[in-house]
Design a protein around this ligand. Structure first.
Ligand SMILES: [Fe+2]
Length: 342
């Protein structure tokens, strides 16, 4: 392809629907100034002021939410939760950026490490016990159930080998009066329980609905030699929320993109190689829907690990998110203004 033309793809339904591909005579991603709320940002999730880092009784800090009621939070907890948590109206997905944990659940204990996605459906109860001095997690809440994309079972995910559930032989050892927090859309309701509700004698039917998979164990889809669009590994029924592996793939640099139906939230987990302007673990990119962008080169020496959220509901950053964010150019994902860092 001639270097003097710039490919551009307009896509419907994320990467699942119609596409219109063109060549343009100059980049359509470049801009010098932006004013308004629908502007691309870099967010440093390690710089978000997390209240649960210093007070174990606090909850994760919300940094973004969507019009369709998705919530994105960060937690930097270093002490065990002094309560049992149960979400009444949202499924949760936790991504472990840093640190290790034991999740003590209704169905036993799940050990969790960096790169793990932990799936916790509605009405699953758990306590989180960090086993390293510092931790960092991204927590997504969705009003819809989230599950593996059935298409992912054709080769992206080996469920027998790589999907892990709690060890039912390691049940909660807590006893006595227990605080139980139940989260609903209008806030937290606090119960004082006479006994630990997580205590379990045995599991007699079914399987634990809590499970995890590591980002490194999700095989990315590529269409050689050009690369092609990514494929999601988890989805909600209306596809309002889609999760993708976005680690370095073989193939060429993607085209410029107008994503007609989704905001993109891209999390750089770690290198060794950079992903365009992203070099630090925890660097995160928000590209609002309909804003032109061009993903940086993915096929880089040494590789990197990243993951992508597509949100059907338009996203907005909270004051806490904006406090750790700067405006971004949308070609290599550098800060828009020299000297800014996020
Ligand atoms: Fe895109």
């Amino acid at each position: 392809m001639n270097d003097a033309v710039y490919p551009h793809s307009w896509t419907r339904e994320g990467f699942l629907g119609d596409a219109a591909v063109t060549l343009r005579p100059h980049p359509i991603t470049e801009y010098t100034e932006v004013v308004g709320t629908h502007a691309p940002h870099r967010i440093d999730i390690t710089a978000i002021k997390t209240v649960d880092a210093s007070d174990p009784a606090e909850l994760p800090t919300v940094f973004a939410h969507s019009r369709n009621d998705l919530t994105f939070s960060v937690s930097a907890r270093s002490e065990p939760t002094p309560f049992v948590w149960r979400n009444a109206e949202y499924d949760e997905v936790h991504f472990v950026q840093d640190g290790e944990f034991e999740y003590v659940t209704d169905w036993g204990t799940l050990e969790v490490r960096p790169g793990d996605f932990v799936f916790l459906p509605r009405a699953a109860s758990y306590r989180v016990v960090p086993t390293t001095p510092s931790t960092l997690r991204v927590i997504i809440e969705t009003p819809e159930p989230i599950a593996l994309n059935p298409e992912a079972l054709r080769g992206m995910v080996n469920t027998a080998r790589d999907v892990h559930r709690p060890d039912a032989t390691r049940t909660s050892q807590a006893s006595g009066e227990t605080t139980l927090l139940i989260r609903a859309t209008d806030g937290i309701t606090r119960f004082t329980m006479e006994q630990d509700p997580l205590a379990m004698t045995s599991m007699v039917a079914g399987q634990a609905p809590v499970w995890k998979i590591n980002l490194a164990d999700i095989q990315a889809v590529a269409y050689l030699p050009h690369g092609g669009p990514p494929t999601h590994f988890a989805e909600t029924p209306t596809k309002d929320l889609l999760l993708y592996p976005a680690s370095s793939r073989p193939g060429g640099r993607p085209p410029q993109h107008h994503n007609a139906d989704y905001d993109e939230l891209l999390f750089y987990f770690r290198g060794p190689a950079p992903y365009g302007g992203l070099t630090e673990p925890g660097s995160t990119v928000w590209i609002p829907k309909a804003v032109a962008h061009r993903g940086p080169e993915e096929n880089v020496e040494g590789g990197f690990m990243a993951w992508l959220v597509e949100s059907g509901g338009t996203l907005r950053l909270t004051p806490e998110g904006l406090g750790a964010a700067v405006l971004m150019e949308t070609s290599l994902f550098h800060p828009l203004h020299d000297g800014d860092t996020a």
